[in-house]
Ligand binder design. Structure first.
Ligand code: 5GP
Length: 197
């Protein structure tokens, strides 16, 4: 997605350890117009997949997931990182290692949010080692629902997440695929393949 790639180049900041900061449009301040186009792009890719629900993890996955849900006209669920008064017990639960916080979190879904009839699309902001998306697939499996696809806004293709998710055998759509963040410079996978690097 060219506009997303242009925004990453213009506003992204490479932090040490292969982390990209895009706090001006995705992870802190959100650009609704860009999110709308992201939602449209995912919806175009998955419109034939009979999706009945979208799932993400709070909080940065919510904006792209909601926009995708708007275009596909399906509800969006986000797995919670903390139990709350309205989700004090029961439900579905799994452990996810947080890439950016370097800690294990439990994520939760209330009973009935997903059913065995659901065809589910996972949406997330970043793909690094695949832990968040794999955690969501475990919740989908616990509910007996069907995993229809995975949509990632920014994939760091130099990390192992993509390979792990490919083993699930469902379609994966990443809107920007980063081949390298070396020396503070963002290089996209397509640029290497097309020889424009
Ligand atoms: P994974 O679970 O695939 O290892 O990492 C994905 C999750 O970690 C995403 O939900 C995202 O919140 C966070 N994350 C991973 N890499 C980055 C990054 O380079 N930048 C930002 N802002 N978040 C990241």
């Amino acid at each position: 997605m060219d506009e997303l790639k242009a925004r990453i180049l213009a506003e992204g900041q490479v932090i040490s350890n292969g982390v990209l900061k895009v706090d001006h449009f995705l992870n802190h301040q959100i650009d609704p117009k860009l999110m709308q186009k992201i939602g449209q792009a995912f919806a175009d890719r998955f419109k034939e997949s009979d999706i009945t629900k979208i799932i993400t993890v709070e909080s940065s996955g919510i904006a792209p997931a909601v926009m995708t849900g708007l275009y596909l006209q399906v509800p969006v669920i986000f797995a919670r990182k903390k139990r709350s008064l309205t989700l004090s017990s029961g439900g579905l639960e799994t452990e996810v290692f947080s890439y950016t916080k370097h800690e294990k979190n439990h994520v939760f879904l209330a009973d009935g949010m997903l059913t065995a009839k659901d065809h589910v699309l996972i949406i997330d902001d970043f793909l690094a080692k695949g832990e968040a998306a794999l955690g969501l697939t475990r919740l989908i499996n616990q509910a007996g629902a069907y995993l229809s696809g995975i949509g990632i806004v920014i994939e760091k293709s130099f990390q192992e997440g993509r390979k792990k998710l490919e083993e699930l055998g469902c379609p994966i759509c990443s809107l920007a695929r980063i081949a390298s963040l070396e020396h503070g410079k963002v290089t996209f996978l397509e640029d290497i393949r097309e020889g424009t690097h």
